[in-house]
Design a protein around this ligand. Structure first.
Ligand SMILES: Cc1cc2nc3c(=O)[nH]c(=O)nc-3n(C[C@H](O)[C@H](O)[C@H](O)COP(=O)(O)OP(=O)(O)OC[C@H]3O[C@@H](n4cnc5c(N)ncnc54)[C@H](O)[C@@H]3O)c2cc1C
Ligand SMILES: NC(=O)c1ccc[n+]([C@@H]2O[C@H](COP(=O)([O-])OP(=O)(O)OC[C@H]3O[C@@H](n4cnc5c(N)ncnc54)[C@H](OP(=O)(O)O)[C@@H]3O)[C@@H](O)[C@H]2O)c1
Ligand SMILES: Cc1cc2nc3c(=O)[nH]c(=O)nc-3n(C[C@H](O)[C@H](O)[C@H](O)COP(=O)(O)O)c2cc1C
Length: 585
């Protein structure tokens, strides 16, 4: 009898005992439970051993496939490549947007690093691969050994959904897990590094020994630069949310950017909210607390270290563990009500609605770390060396008689004065670049602050003296108040740099007019531009991004006289050719 048969028979025997254990006395049940769990682990380990009897050949095909939007998966894919190379493997790194599906059935070792965007959806660069994986065309993956590192943010309802979906699907298609999936939260560096060490350990068949421990430091991903607010003015008048043009200057020889990039900014919470939280907790301003191996003023931590304007399920769960509130328990049990609560309440509401006697030493472990916010750069470095222009919509609304303001939009638009400085990081966006050839036509579709990168694009193209055709669709609320950068567009139109400008003001008439309606009206010309090699860029809200994609697919179907499937393939080919660029938030 071979090892495999012995394991199988022992497994079935224990399964039988285990499932009939209810009729046994408690002590025997406990013992059997123990044996069952040890035996299950032994069984899994033995099967793993059979699969990985030998070290994986260092020349074996090993692919690192990544899909993301803001660069985290791409960064990890590069780190994974370096790490595996140091350990004598020769992996190749492929962006999902460019992946040739025909290779999937041939893959032997696949490491997948993928984030989740939208509302639990794949990021645009992963969407084509995701659709293929879940289609009937997906091949059987019996040769495949895979491991998934899912990136996400636990404050979203569908945490790491894309990674979870892909992990499940690879297995359904016959693949074998090299290593368990890991779900990384916003501070992903350490979790991802542990996962990679685990994957390497399996690849090297160290049989429980640890592979070279990998450290990935957050600081190595992006450098921090000091920026000074040079100028600030309001771009719109009228009743709707104020939107500001903010000019930062950065005087550092290592700092520069390309059109399409964003900056990441960690805000400071507003004093009024910090004071309100202190009052609701019944603390005075001089309360000190130990945090991160140091003593800090609790007030300082509330201002600089913790999210106060946003809530997350994780935070509520942690708070409930010390508050033990029946009201909060009920809220946490009702997903629908909970998600509504999370949308428009803040930490001060939480402490008012579900008071507790929690001390500051307990509370510091309840809060979520203050997160950076991203802003698209609205200028070209070539046109404005040393400057970063931003277009920032003020988050502002009233709830329960209190004015609420977004932490970062308030920090930049209102609380920071011209001349004050702040730390920023650059977030490159390789997927949102102007075409390499200056003569390639571009179609830019931006609603609201989504127009920001297109100002950068036009400045860049003007500097290049490019003889290209450029078409902008811009959507905002009211023409009179919200026509952001009107003079810039008018200038570029008059010089012929901007070939066409189509405007969709949604609140000037009874019925809504959105950018997708303007695109539909111009369907035939739009299709001609596509057939002349135009690149398409979409920036703004997630909902707008979906509607625009649907509209373009429909117009391709109609103008090209294609079937629905053919028009879908047409859009897929735009993505494969690197002519489809989406940055939605
Ligand atoms: C790639 C990328 C690029 C971006 N570019 C830009 C840009 O160019 N310009 C720009 O302005 N933003 C941009 N954003 C959005 C930006 O990052 C922030 O999310 C935004 O400024 C809000 O941050 P805040 O700190 O001001 O608000 P927060 O403190 O994060 O507050 C937001 C909270 O308020 C709630 N909320 C907001 N509005 C309402 C409302 N009307 N009613 C009830 N609740 C509400 C939200 O649900 C949330 O809980 C971008 C985002 C990404 C990911
Ligand atoms: N996390 C946050 O708190 C926060 C803060 C600021 C912005 N954001 C997000 O950032 C994105 C951009 O926001 P923004 O304030 O600049 O502009 P926006 O809310 O996207 O509005 C810009 C224009 O787009 C229109 N629009 C609304 N829904 C649309 C759809 N489905 N398709 C096409 N057009 C649509 C709007 O019309 P109507 O308004 O008249 O319908 C408006 O004319 C949004 O996703 C927004 O939610 C998030
Ligand atoms: C607009 C937007 C939507 C997001 N939606 C989700 C989500 O639904 N679920 C989730 O777990 N994370 C979500 N995230 C968080 C990202 O997955 C997370 O920041 C990740 O590290 C990004 O990796 P990337 O740079 O490779 O795309 C979202 C982030 C943004 C900016």
């Amino acid at each position: 009898m071979g090892l495999m048969e012995a394991i199988m028979i022992s497994s079935f025997a224990f399964q039988f005992w285990y499932h009939n254990r209810a009729s046994l006395c408690p002590a025997v049940r406990v013992l059997l439970n123990r044996i069952h769990s040890i035996e299950t682990n032994m069984f899994a380990a033995a099967v793993k051993k059979l699969f990985y009897k030998k070290k994986v050949n260092h020349q074996a095909v090993l692919t690192i496939l990544y899909g993301g939007q803001s660069g985290n998966s791409a960064f990890l894919a590069k780190e994974a490549k370096k790490y595996l190379q140091r350990n004598a493997f020769t992996p190749r790194v492929v962006n999902m947007a460019k992946y040739d599906f025909r290779q999937l059935g041939e893959e032997e070792h696949l490491l997948v690093l993928v984030s989740t965007h939208g509302e639990g959806e794949p990021p645009e660069s992963a969407s084509r691969f995701y659709r293929f994986l879940f289609s009937e065309e997906a091949p059987r993956l019996n040769r495949l050994n895979f491991a998934v590192c899912a990136l996400g943010d636990s404050s979203y309802e569908y945490f790491c959904q894309t990674g979870k979906d892909m992990d499940r699907r690879f297995q359904e298609l016959g693949g074998t897990r090299l290593h368990d999936r890991v779900d990384c939260d916003v501070e992903f560096h350490q979790t991802a590094a542990q996962w990679l060490s685990g994957v390497l350990s399996v690849l090297q068949n160290h049989g429980g020994e640890k592979a070279e421990t990998l450290q990935i430091e957050a600081e190595t991903q992006r450098e921090t630069f000091q920026a000074v607010i040079r100028e600030k003015y309001r771009l719109n008048e009228g009743p709707d949310s104020a939107t500001f043009h903010v000019v930062l200057s950065v005087d550092h020889r290592d700092f520069s950017y390309q059109p399409g990039d964003s900056v990441s900014i960690v805000p400071r919470n507003p004093d009024s909210l910090v004071q309100l939280v202190l009052r609701r907790l019944g603390y005075t301003e001089d309360v000190e607390v130990n945090y991160d191996d140091d003593s800090h003023s609790f007030q300082w931590l509330l201002t600089h270290s913790f999210e106060l304007t946003t809530l997350s399920k994780g935070l509520l769960n942690r708070y409930q563990a010390i508050a033990k509130s029946s009201g909060l328990e009920a809220l946490l049990a009702n997903e629908k009500t909970l998600n509504r609560y999370l949308q428009d309440h803040d930490v001060a509401d939480l402490f008012a609605d579900f008071p507790s006697q929690a001390g500051p030493g307990e509370l510091v472990f309840v809060f979520r770390k203050l997160q950076a916010r991203l802003y698209s750069i609205a200028s070209s470095w070539a046109a404005h060396p040393g400057e970063v222009h931003l277009t920032i919509r003020q988050v502002c609304f009233f709830k329960r008689g209190r004015k609420r303001e977004g932490a970062c939009s308030g920090y930049l638009n209102q609380w920071l004065e011209v001349g004050e400085s702040l730390p920023i990081q650059l977030v490159p966006n390789e997927q949102f670049r102007l075409p390499a050839q200056p003569e390639t036509p571009v179609i830019m579709i931006g609603a609201g602050t989504g127009v920001a990168p297109f100002r950068a694009f036009m400045q860049e193209r003007a500097r290049q003296q490019a003889s290209s055709k450029n078409w902008l669709f811009f959507g905002e609320k009211r023409q009179q108040h919200d026509f952001f950068y009107r003079e810039n567009w008018a200038n570029w139109l008059s010089t012929g740099r901007l070939s066409r400008l189509d405007l969709a003001f949604s609140r000037d008439r009874d019925e809504k007019v959105y950018v997708q309606h303007k695109i539909r009206q111009e369907g035939t010309t739009f299709f001609e531009w596509l057939n002349h090699g135009a690149h398409v860029y979409v920036c703004g809200s997630v909902a707008m991004g979906h509607a625009v994609r649907d509209t373009i697919r429909e117009l391709v179907e109609a103008a090209g006289n294609l079937s629905e499937k053919e028009s879908e393939n047409y859009l897929n080919s735009l993505m494969e050719e690197g002519r489809w660029h989406v940055d939605v938030y």
